[in-house]
Design a protein around this ligand. Structure first.
Ligand code: ADP
Length: 329
């Protein structure tokens, strides 16, 4: 860390941005409580970058975050701001932070929010990013806040759908979240005992990847089938229609939608969010900024924000293979 990146930080702003994720509140609580512990002043910014541009900024205290660790969503509210994603928006955001005399910003959000944070940092506003998105699609980190809770919600929904698919000897296509990434789909496909799992990272062929596995299972004596389709693949209604037409098996489709975003965060999300929030403040207290907090395995680490945004992670091929092997019977 070069000395030029260091400066004394006394007043920090914190915002949640982009898609909400369970555990954002736990991260906010971590930032506020760790900040107060280190004698920093912490300011909550409402509605993400929208609220930064509007100056919706007020000081938080220990009580501002009491009783929120168990709550889904974000008490700071979140938004998507088209204006902020322009050079003029970034300039106005930095100017507003200066009006409130904020020395640094903590941005809790996904990849898009991090790109905004990087632009602010390039413009001279010190930042730290904390990854929170249910999709787990942030390349620099093995884990994002909200992912575990969302997967548990999906697992419960699949279990319920499976009960009824079993009783009526039907096929159910279940569409789960994941615009660009199949992490939720693949893991929940395994956890829910799905017959096939279609993810955006892999091209699929309806006959090879869906019809053949269904018929193989039927010929082995099975009469109920779960097919998981990630949101980024889409077309779950059409896929259900095709399954019905080709196999004659009664097939319906369920799009789980926004229920996957809500709910009380799991232990894993609460702990990860708390550790990440505290780590962000620990860096700021040392005057270190321009970093993104990440998980590498079970460890909380920090990375240069420019390098972090260039990082990519691949879907686990071993998980894909195992999922196929386990669904053959
Ligand atoms: P997420 O953080 O969950 O990926 P979005 O992609 O919607 O959510 O991004 C949240 C906000 O971050 C956007 O509304 C916008 O203000 C800002 N943002 C997104 N992408 C960029 C970008 N490429 N450059 C600058 N700001 C961006």
């Amino acid at each position: 860390m070069s000395e030029s990146n260091k400066k004394e930080i006394r007043r920090i702003g914190v915002l949640t941005s982009g898609g909400d994720a369970p555990g954002m509140n736990a991260a906010l609580r971590g930032v506020v409580r760790a900040g107060l512990y280190r004698k920093l002043q912490v300011f909550g910014i409402q509605r993400g970058y929208e609220g930064l541009l509007e100056g919706e900024i007020s000081e938080m205290n220990a009580h501002s975050v009491s009783n929120i660790i168990s709550r889904g969503g974000t008490v700071l509210l979140t938004a998507r701001s088209k204006e902020f994603a322009t050079p003029e928006g970034v300039r106005r955001g930095k100017a507003m932070a200066e009006i409130f005399k904020l020395d640094a910003l903590v941005v809790i959000g996904g990849d898009g929010s991090f790109r905004g944070a990087r632009d602010l940092h390039r413009a001279g506003m010190p930042v730290i990013g904390i990854p929170a998105t249910i999709d787990n699609d942030v390349g620099c980190t093995d884990y994002t806040i909200g992912y575990d809770t969302a997967m548990n919600t999906v697992k419960e929904a699949i279990d319920r759908i499976k009960d009824t698919a079993y009783s009526h000897e039907r096929c159910s296509v279940v569409e789960v979240m994941g615009r660009n990434a199949g992490y939720i789909a693949l893991n929940c496909g395994i956890a829910g005992g799905a017959e096939a799992c279609i993810i955006p990272e892999k091209d699929f062929d309806i006959n090879e990847d869906i019809i053949k596995p269904i018929l193989a299972c039927r010929n082995a004596g099975k009469h109920h089938y779960i097919i998981i389709v990630a949101e980024g693949v889409g077309g779950s209604m059409e896929i259900a229609q095709q399954i019905k037409e080709i196999t004659g098996i009664t097939t319906n489709a369920t799009i789980l939608g926004h229920q996957q975003r809500g709910g009380s965060p799991t232990v894993r999300d609460r702990v990860a969010a708390s550790l990440m929030g505290a780590k962000a403040v620990s860096l700021l207290a040392q005057g270190i900024t321009g970093r993104v907090i990440a998980m590498k395995g079970e460890s909380v680490v920090d990375l240069d924000i420019e390098e972090a945004l260039e990082m990519k992670k691949d879907i686990d091929e071993h998980l894909i293979e195992t999922s196929k092997i386990l669904s053959l019977y």
